[in-house]
Design a protein around this ligand. Structure first.
Ligand SMILES: [Cu+2]
Length: 148
């Protein structure tokens, strides 16, 4: 019994160390309909560490993903995916990254990534979000609210 407990403890430590060394990937679906309504990225926001990646999956056709120019950390590279294209973005700079589906921007089809504590442009990104069309603004506010 004592030996089993020790082994379980060692496994937990090994897993914790592996978690620190391995960058995480979060998958985001592009959907015609999701839990938040029509034309959504699901999930609509997530927290990342520098070095993590996000993979946008064209689950339903008719969507693309590209960065929102006013919601990008200083020095970060803009991204523009083609329609129905899977896009993988590795976050090399801390800050807030806004993504949109161009055809459904007005519907509020947006995704927000907060990398690290987001501090380089968190305030600027939230100020930019407040100036977007009504449905977009509402979805962006919900996306920010769901972040840690
Ligand atoms: Cu779309």
């Amino acid at each position: 019994m004592f030996r089993m407990t020790l082994a379980a403890g060692a496994t937990a430590v090994a897993l914790a160390l592996a978690g620190q060394a391995t960058a995480a990937e979060i998958q985001v679906k592009m959907l015609d309909r999701g839990a938040q309504g029509v034309m959504v990225f699901e999930p609509s926001s997530a927290n990342f560490k520098v070095g993590d990646t996000v993979r946008f999956l064209p689950t339903n056709p008719g969507h693309n993903v590209e960065t929102i120019s006013t919601m990008l950390p200083p020095g970060a590279t803009p991204v523009k995916g083609a329609m129905n294209q899977e896009v993988v973005v590795k976050f090399t700079k801390p800050g807030v990254y806004g993504f949109k589906c161009l055809p459904h921007w007005g519907f509020g089809m947006v995704f927000v990534a907060k990398v690290g504590d987001g501090s380089p442009n968190l305030a600027a990104a939230q100020a930019a979000a407040a100036k977007t069309p009504p449905m977009t603004k509402k979805r962006l506010a919900a996306a920010f609210a769901a972040l840690k």
